[in-house]
Unconditional design. Structure first.
Length: 25
């Protein structure tokens, strides 16, 4: 369970970073 939560957290951080990089502010 902990491993799955870690993977989800990492994916969320990556998605947020990619979104910030590709979406002009």
């Amino acid at each position: 369970v902990a491993a799955a939560m870690t993977v989800v957290a990492a994916m969320t951080i990556v998605a947020m970073t990619v979104g910030n990089n590709f979406i002009p502010r």
